[in-house]
Write a protein that binds this ligand. Structure first.
Ligand code: FEO
Length: 170
């Protein structure tokens, strides 16, 4: 059974994951209308992953005697300036999510809720991967700068990354 404090904290995280899904969906649209198919595919897939992160929390809250809340969400931006800026935004967003997961883990220890603590370990590992991936992409884009030919190759690289991730997850 979840304490009220844990239930509220998990519901806050549900909202963060839902908003993450919206942010990456907006990034996918921005990339797609500019013809960057690889980056768009990457962002669409990432948006789906965030929805999965949200649903996992929703199921857990309901199974543990709480009530998962589906709340209103802040609208994401529609413009992201440049790919470099967009991937910087993505990286900073993931750092914020990791911090939020850390805070949540801390609350479970304070409340001595070891079941939720255990459940959250999946998110702890996932955030290490998400930050590493975002950092990796950001390193690549920093090498390219604003070079158009470089961006074209980068887009192809990202497309292959999505295809590789797809085939390993099946
Ligand atoms: Fe669900 Fe990207 O954190």
């Amino acid at each position: 059974m979840l304490s009220k404090k844990i239930e509220e904290a998990l519901n806050k995280q549900i909202r963060i994951e839902a908003e993450s899904s919206q942010v990456y969906l907006a990034m996918a649209c921005w990339a797609e209308v500019q013809g960057f198919e690889g980056v768009a595919q990457f962002m669409f897939a990432h948006s789906d992953e965030e929805r999965m992160h949200m649903l996992k929390l929703v199921k857990f809250v309901n199974e543990r005697g709480g009530h998962a809340q589906v709340s209103d969400l802040d609208a994401p931006p529609t413009e992201f300036g440049s790919f470099k800026k967009m991937f910087e935004t993505l990286f900073n967003h993931e750092v914020m999510v990791s911090q939020s997961i850390n805070d949540l883990v801390h609350i479970t220890l304070e409340e001595r809720d070891y079941a939720t603590h255990n459940f959250l370990q999946w998110y702890v590992s996932e955030q290490i991967e998400e930050e590493a991936l975002a950092r990796n992409i950001l390193d690549k884009i920093n090498l390219i700068g604003d070079d158009k030919g470089g961006l074209y190759l980068f887009d192809n690289d990202v497309k292959q990354l999505v295809a590789a991730t797809d085939s390993t997850s099946k």
